[in-house]
Design a protein around this ligand. Sequence first.
Ligand SMILES: NC(=O)c1ccc[n+]([C@@H]2O[C@H](COP(=O)([O-])OP(=O)(O)OC[C@H]3O[C@@H](n4cnc5c(N)ncnc54)[C@H](O)[C@@H]3O)[C@@H](O)[C@H]2O)c1
Ligand SMILES: [Zn+2]
Length: 366
Amino acid sequence: MEILQLNHYLCGLLNEKIGITMILKLPDGRTSSILIGENIENLSDYLDSAKVFILTNPSISDLYADVFPKNATVITMPAGEQHKTLDTVLRTVRQLIAGGADRKSVIVGFGGGIVCDMTGFIASIYMRGVKFGFVPTTLMAQVDASVGGKNGVNCDGYKNMIGVFNQPDFVLCDPKTLKSLPARELKAGMAEVIKSGLIADAALFSYVEDNVDAILNCEKKRIDFIVENSLKIKALIVEADEKESGERKKLNLGHTFGHAVEKHSKNVLHGEAVSIGLVIAAKISELLNLITNEEFMRIKNILTKTGLPVSTDITAANLLEAIGKDKKRESGFVHFVLNKGIGNSEIREIACENLAALLDKALKAL
Ligand SMILES: NC(=O)c1ccc[n+]([C@@H]2O[C@H](COP(=O)([O-])OP(=O)(O)OC[C@H]3O[C@@H](n4cnc5c(N)ncnc54)[C@H](O)[C@@H]3O)[C@@H](O)[C@H]2O)c1
Ligand SMILES: [Zn+2]
């Protein structure tokens, strides 16, 4: 995948700069447009089919029904990770059939990461694949789930076990959708933005440090900036390694421990668990002399200032047990993404037998 074009587009009589388009060129020659700062009211402009199906969930439908294109058929799927399943896929496919969806239809996922992941999967398998687009309405979905081509559902409690790689035709990000988002969900999305800065963009990390209050206030200019820059990093990494054989693993910074925290805690959001995972990864990076203590403190402080958790009472043994079952463990070694200063990262192979002591030391020093 290649970023063909990154340009500001102009709109309106005043030539007011309202947004940014990133055009991704896919290996098969198709393109995927990511529209950042666009108005949801303009959604119809991106739909070139008479038959449009909006896939969403009931609460998002209640909030945004007014902006759904008038000719669209709206299908709601139940909210929550427990419903991100093949059962929901099957029920939705039946509704698409009943609604007369055909190969020329366009399916739009309008919602958070769950809606986007399921919509991408359904559109990829419905009649062997129809056109689809996303209107991501959480920060998590705008900076992460809607771009990169991973679509799928959970199976028997295991996350994303069934799915496909496939890119949407368009992704329309409107910062004002984040105003209706619960503050806790917004903060959870910030963990991925901070992660992106840490992996590859020191300027993005500093921008968050300088503007965190305005970002949490959903100021359009600030949201557009963090979405654009997080997505640039994701697009560049995915371009280098679409199927996650090497470079793409860097996007998992904080996620090995994050997933372990998620498995051991009830009521923790993914971004909150990632925040704890980021601090643990940063402390291990400090213990291995990859970052200084000041850099560790910058990471911990910005997560704290964002309102994200930075410690856990889960023991090293429990975290390791969960990591042992994680798909990232390979033959006696665990591949960890670690910080290398701020804005750089590397993948290290750590022997499982050394990990217990390292993790124990890190947890005590958080
Ligand atoms: N495909 C990927 O690369 C990728 C990347 C990251 C996350 N994900 C997936 O995304 C999912 C998490 O996504 P999420 O954090 O967006 O959670 P979510 O989709 O569950 O949305 C969070 C909550 O916010 C509500 N909501 C959404 N938009 C709203 C709005 N504008 N106003 C008010 N309420 C709104 C939803 O109804 C839901 O209750 C997980 O299943 C995860 O696996 C996928
Ligand atoms: Zn994540």
